[in-house]
Each structure stands twice: as C-alpha cells, then as structure tokens.
Design a binder for this molecule. Structure first.
Ligand code: FAD
Length: 492
C-alpha cells in the first residue's frame, strides 16, 4: 500500500482483513490532501436524497464523460462507507445530518469539525491504522514498482530498499503540486502516475484539472482555498471598485459551476488589470463558522470579517490518473490504484464537490477486496505513438510550476500547449524534477490533443464541447488510445 491519505488508510484497514499489509508513506500529515479537505464527504444519506439523485449531480458535473458504472458504485457505496466510519466511532457534525453544498440538489455532504472535515477524517483513520498490528508502516517514499513476469511484485524504496508483496496499491494522491498556484500539498507531484507509467500501466483523462475559483491571492503567501460554502452563505465576488460581476457571467452568479466562476475571475482580472476580491463581510460570525478560511486569511495579514480578500483560481483536484476499473485494477496485473491517483471515470471531465473523499473511501475499500482478474477496461485500437520524447531528468520544479501556471491553467491555447510540450520534451536540467516534469508533459500533450472545451479543460481556440470528443484519452509509454464512454442511461 503506497500512501496514507483517506484512500490508502481505508484500503489498508480492509486489506488487513485478508493478510498482513505494508504501508509505505512519508509521515508528514500535510503531505496528504485528505488533511486539507474542508467541505466533507458526499453520501446520499439525507431524507430527501437517493443514490439516483447523487448520480444525476455527479453526471451533470462530469460533462458527458463519466463512466456510469463507476458512478453507480460511488453513489451506492458512499452511504455504506460513512456508516462504517460511524460504526468505527467517527462522529459527524449535526448528529450525522448531511448539509447542502453547491452542485448537489439535496442535503448530502457529511461534515466533521466544521470546515476541518479532512483533518478529522485523516486523524481518525490514521489512529485506527496505527493501532492495527496487522499493518506495518514504513516512513518512506516509493521510487519504483518491482515487476516479475509482467506482474507487480513489490516496490523499490529510497536507498534501494525493496519490499516484496503479492500486490501493490497506489494511493499516492493527485498531482496539483505541479502548479505554483495550488490549494493542496506542495508534495502532490504525481508520484503514483509516474510509478505507474514507468511500470507500463495505462493512464487516462490527464487533461482534466479542476481549478478552484477562490483561492487566496496574496504575493508571498500560499494560495489557500476559501471554501465555496462562503459563497453559499452570501460572500460576493467583486472587482477592485467593489462592483459585483458574476451575474454578468451566469444566472447562478457566485454559485455557478467552479469552471465558470474560475474563467470569469480570470477574465475580470485581465480586463481590469487589478485583483478580484471575495467579500464575506455580510456573513455573521464568519470567523467562527469558517475557522480554517479565516485563519488562512489571517496568516496573510487579512481579516475576512472586516475586508474583502483578493482571490484567484488555483489548481485544486487532479481528475485524471492511473486508469482503473471499478475494483481499482490497472492494466498491470497485481497493480491497483485508488483515490485521487486513480482514474476510474467516476468524475468524467470534472469532479462534483465532496465526491473525492467519498471516492477515496469507496474505491479504497474495493481495491482491498478486488479479485485478481479480469481487468474491466478496454481501450480501443492500436496506440498512436508519441511524436515527442518524454523528459529525461526534466526541468526544475520552479520552472515546471511556472509553465503549468501560465499555460496549463484555467484557459489553454493550442499554440502555447505546443510550445510547452516541446520545452518539456527531452528536458534534462541539472536538479531537474523528473516526476513533476513528466506529469506536466503528459498533461500538456493530453490538453493539446483534445480539440474542444469540456469540464476541467478549456481551450480558447476550441471553446465549445464537441460530441466527437465524447471519449476518454488513454496513454501509456507506447502512445495514445481512446476509451468509449458508455451511452448514458435515461434517468430523468
Ligand atoms: C484544500 C482542499 C480541500 C478539499 N476539500 C475537499 C472536500 O471537502 N471534499 C472532498 O471530497 N474532497 C476535497 N478535496 C480533495 C480531497 O481532499 C482529495 O482528493 C483526497 O483527500 C485524496 O485522497 P487520497 O488518499 O487519494 O490522497 P492524499 O490524501 O493526497 O494522500 C496521498 C498519500 O500518498 C503519499 N505519497 C505520495 N507519494 C508517495 C510515494 N512516492 N510513496 C509513498 N507514498 C506517497 C502522500 O504522502 C500521502 O500520504 C480537497 C482538496 C484540497 C487540496
């Protein structure tokens, strides 16, 4: 088991029922995006909710690219995962009553500790795993997958230490750390994506990245997330003159989908040449109701209860990853993936808020219970080989982040993507960060190839969705293939 976020920890607890587990992961809790999560866990547990409604909202957010089989699994098993946590002793806010959140048409989001849900979940699962004598924890990073006869048979750690195992589960989280402006851990560089790539596994959906529209934008301070719930409670987006602008862009104004708000913020900043602000002064008791957001502002010298705070989009969630079926199986026998590192197809082209903790729990459990075979995914045709060589040692992390922020962000353009892929290709700088560079290279290539705009991928030169692109892009070292998205079943 690689990684100790929600996916790795929940998977480890379930895998321990089948036999001894070795958990490989660095100890720093803030290296796990789970500990940063503010919203909560989506699960159809409310009296006016149902898995069907949850599926509808997930499919809407996914913009036509969700794999409905994965969605079905998520919405049916998320309530079970939450009940399991409760049975293990985890307490949720409001006596376990779900709350409403943007994009969800029913009260569906389970909170714990107010806007510190992720921290509470992470600590709770961490303690359970630490108490479980069947799980041995090695405080290190995995560097490679050991393959024997085409099957994953263990991992190589730092200093060339090896751990043998009959299967390897990647639960290493996302890759938004390749961006300078990101809401999560700096260390989320996509290790699992590169481990899988090196092992020859297939990846998918790498062009789709969710940008959160309201991350703090104060020079010299990290782009901390200012949760959507602030806008849900009445915070407004205003320009430097204090004028509200979102009603011009969408009928739902500040509550429009994340990608719409993110593009609007970028456009207003460009047009005015000045910052955009989130004004939360109208929210009563904002600092006590949103302690994490208030503290983030305070660290940047701002008091969210007294002044509008500057915001801009930041990379938030890595939709793509290692291609898996609904049991976490990858294209390499014995290698599984779950959580943000995996691409099950459940999020389609964009993720519904609060679905990723649910995903980590549901698919973490499944990866622990999966039978060995068969792999349930079928990419189509022979691969189109890569035209450009992959990076060698790569560029420095700072250089990668600068390129990603400028060219792989909220709005992308073909000519710029073309330049970026050439710059990254074959790059071999002293002190180069191979992992970040390789991930950025694949993301840029995937974004260059997709000639349309959909979900978390917006091309200025192809601003509309194209029905011919209702396919998923799959890539491995041999090149590019596609994966058909099964026709949606009528639900309404
Ligand atoms: C600010 C913020 C707020 C969010 N809010 C929400 C929310 O409210 N609801 C929601 O559903 N989602 C939310 N998300 C997304 C959600 O937190 C993540 O998608 C989810 O926690 C991912 O869990 P994970 O277990 O897959 O990965 P992570 O929690 O990121 O854990 C990855 C683990 O892998 C380890 N690792 C990395 N590389 C290696 C390696 N080479 N070898 C061994 N171990 C390695 C890391 O150290 C870490 O332990 C939020 C994300 C952010 C950044």
């Amino acid at each position: 088991m690689l990684g100790r976020g929600a996916a790795g920890l929940f998977c480890a607890l379930h895998a321990a029922e089948r036999g001894p587990v070795t958990l490989v992961a660095p100890s720093a809790p803030l290296g796990s995006a789970t500990a940063w999560a503010q919203g909560g866990i989506a699960a159809a547990l409310g009296p006016d909710d149902s898995p069907e409604l949850h599926a509808l909202d997930t499919l809407d957010a996914g913009a036509g690219l969700c794999d409905e089989r994965a969605v079905e699994v998520l919405v049916r098993e998320a309530p079970q995962a939450v009940r399991e946590l409760q049975a293990m002793g985890m307490a949720f806010d409001e006596g376990g009553t779900p709350s409403l959140e943007g994009g969800h048409r029913a009260r569906r989001v389970m909170h714990a500790g107010g806007d510190a849900s992720g921290r509470v979940l992470h600590r709770f699962l961490g303690r359970r795993v630490a108490d479980d004598t069947r799980v041995q924890w090695i405080d290190q990073l995995a560097r490679a997958i050991v393959l024997r006869d085409g099957r994953a048979a263990g991992v190589v750690l730092e200093a060339d230490r090896r751990v043998e195992s009959d299967r390897v589960v990647l639960a290493t989280g996302g890759a938004c750390g390749i961006f300078g402006r990101r809401t999560g851990p700096a260390t989320s560089l996509g290790d699992g994506v590169v481990l899988a790539w090196d092992a020859g596994a297939a990846l998918a959906d790498l062009e789709f990245i969710q940008f959160h529209p309201t991350a703090l934008d104060v020079p010299g301070h990290p782009a901390r997330l200012l949760t959507e719930a602030l806008r849900g409670e009445g915070a407004l987006l205003v320009d430097a003159k204090g004028a509200r602008f979102m009603p011009r862009f969408h009928e739902l104004a500040e509550l429009a989908p994340r990608d719409v708000v993110a593009r609007a913020v970028v456009q207003v900043r460009e047009q005015t040449g000045e910052p955009v602000y989130l004004d939360a002064r109208a929210i009563a008791d904002v600092t006590t109701r949103f302690p994490v957001a208030a503290e983030s502002c305070l660290q940047a010298g701002l008091d969210i209860s007294r002044e509008p705070v500057p915001v801009a989009p930041a990379a938030h969630y890595f939709v793509g990853g290692v291609l898996t079926d609904t049991w976490g199986r990858t294209s390499i026998p014995g290698l599984l993936a779950c959580g943000e590192v995996a691409s099950t197809g459940v999020h389609g082209a964009n993720r519904l808020a609060s679905n990723s903790l649910a995903e980590a729990l549901v698919f973490g459990r499944r990866a622990a219970l999966a039978a060995d075979e068969p792999w349930g995914v079928e990419p189509i045709g022979d691969p189109t080989p890569h035209e450009l060589a992959p990076p060698l040692r790569g560029l420095t992390l700072g250089e990668v982040r600068e390129l990603c922020d400028r060219f792989l962000g909220v709005r992308r353009r073909g000519d710029e993507l073309s330049d970026v892929t050439s710059t990254l290709s074959g790059s071999d700088r002293d002190g180069g960060n191979h992992i970040a560079t390789l991930v950025a290279w694949i993301v840029a290539l995937a974004a260059l190839r997709r000639l349309e705009s959909r979900g978390g991928h917006f091309r200025e030169d192809f601003p509309q969705p194209d029905p011919n692109w209702r396919i998923r892009q799959v890539v491995d070292r041999g090149g590019w293939r596609t994966l058909a998205v099964p026709e949606a079943q009528p639900r309404r």
